[in-house]
Design a protein around this ligand. Structure first.
Ligand code: IMP
Ligand code: MG
Length: 186
């Protein structure tokens, strides 16, 4: 066991690979319908949306009824402090490269908890004059909310347990788990 893991283990599965695929396909069907015939900028919030953004983009690409074109870009945000600490500020670690001005932007995040990260990003992007701005999270923890952040598309709601896998980390570990699980002590 590594020091970073410190006695913590992969706990119960929250979504297995088939359930993730199903959830992503369901989101893609709704998003394809809503952006039909429009150019879409998919903006992944790294690193948490790493797996989700790639799979959602592929699910959209496999459909004939969706956006007229899709551009993928990413932005890196970091929260200072640990989860649970009262509202650590958010830092822009790496900006996106594609111009947001005049674009139909769909932000993709792995999980929304307090909403602080999403609120920070939405404020930043709105200043750049997008044609439209919506947000999509694979997972939503509504009980964690500290600020209102508008979330237009949600894969699944989760409870209190800390989630790892499929892009989500605990101290940078477990992002490569192919499924979503709870972090467990012991
Ligand atoms: P928020 O700013 O509190 O909404 O938190 C959003 C960010 O915190 C996510 O993009 C994740 O990076 C991280 N986060 C929140 N909850 C979890 C979790 O259960 N597992 C892994 N990362 C999480
Ligand atoms: Mg993290």
């Amino acid at each position: 066991m590594t020091a970073a893991q410190g006695g913590l283990q992969v706990g119960r599965t929250i979504l297995n690979t088939g359930q993730i695929r199903h959830t992503v396909e369901r989101l893609a069907a709704t998003i394809a319908r809503d952006y039909r015939g429009k150019p879409l900028l998919l903006l992944a919030v790294l690193k948490g949306a790493l797996c989700f953004a790639v799979d959602l983009a592929r699910a959209l690409g496999g459909r004939a009824d969706g956006p007229s074109e899709i551009v993928m870009d990413y932005i890196c945000l970091q929260r200072y402090g640990t989860r649970g600490s009262a509202g650590g500020p958010v830092r822009l670690a790496k900006d996106c490269a594609f111009s947001v001005s005049g674009a139909h932007v769909l932000v993709l995040d792995g999980i929304v908890d307090s909403g602080l990260t999403l609120e920070f990003l939405q404020t930043l992007l709105r200043q750049r004059g997008p044609a439209s701005l919506r947000s999509c999270a694979l997972l939503d923890r509504p009980a964690g909310r500290q600020v209102e952040a508008s979330l237009d598309y949600v894969g699944e709601a989760v409870g209190d347990g800390f989630v790892i896998g499929y892009g989500l980390d605990y101290k940078e570990l477990y992002r490569n788990l192919p499924y979503l699980a709870e972090l467990r002590e012991g």
